[in-house]
Design a protein around this ligand. Structure first.
Ligand SMILES: Nc1nc2c([nH]c(=O)n2[C@H]2C[C@H](O)[C@@H](COP(=O)(O)OP(=O)(O)OP(=O)(O)O)O2)c(=O)[nH]1
Length: 142
């Protein structure tokens, strides 16, 4: 026993901040009913924007325009694994997302979103975005 502890291996997850008419798109996980930003885990060799483009095609049947990284939030997954959640501003350009893998989709203002049963890392991320005003600006900030 060396007593040394290795760094926790973070799950790297890219997620989309999609705002339409002041409302944010949230998705309900089929497995546990918690609400999250759509997206998913990066595969080996895949960049985070590439991951997000692929995940949103698979989950929502849309081809998004991925914009800038807004922020990265560290936390835990609902299963308790260390997570780095990378939020990108994205545009749908008029496409209508479909819940191909989620239980449901919803468009909500930031204050309403906070009342949902959110994944804990998403709650922290959304609080930070709201406090900087980036949630309001994300639709037209790039
Ligand atoms: N997509 C997404 N996942 C999140 C968010 N917040 C959060 O804690 N997570 C967690 C849930 C999962 O444990 C993990 C992302 O996994 P995932 O969506 O790629 O896929 P999954 O585990 O459901 O399934 P799979 O891809 O292995 O089939 O990160 C979020 O906002 N979006």
């Amino acid at each position: 026993m060396t007593g040394l502890q290795s760094e926790p291996a973070f799950l790297e997850v890219a997620c989309a901040v999609i705002v339409r008419q002041g409302k944010l798109l949230l998705a309900q996980r089929a497995s546990n009913g918690l609400w999250e930003l759509p997206g998913g885990k990066a595969e080996p060799g895949e960049s985070l924007p590439e991951c997000l483009t692929r995940e949103l095609q698979e989950e929502l049947a849309v081809t998004v325009k991925v914009g800038p990284l807004m922020l990265t939030q560290e936390g835990l997954t609902p299963e308790g694994l260390p997570l780095r959640l990378h939020a990108f501003a994205c545009r749908l350009n008029g496409q209508s997302p479909q819940a191909l893998e989620h239980r449901a989709l919803i468009w909500l203002a930031g204050d309403e979103a906070a009342k949902l049963s959110l994944c804990s890392t998403d709650r922290a991320l959304l609080e930070r975005l709201k406090s900087t005003g980036d949630l309001d600006n994300s639709a037209h900030g790039w």
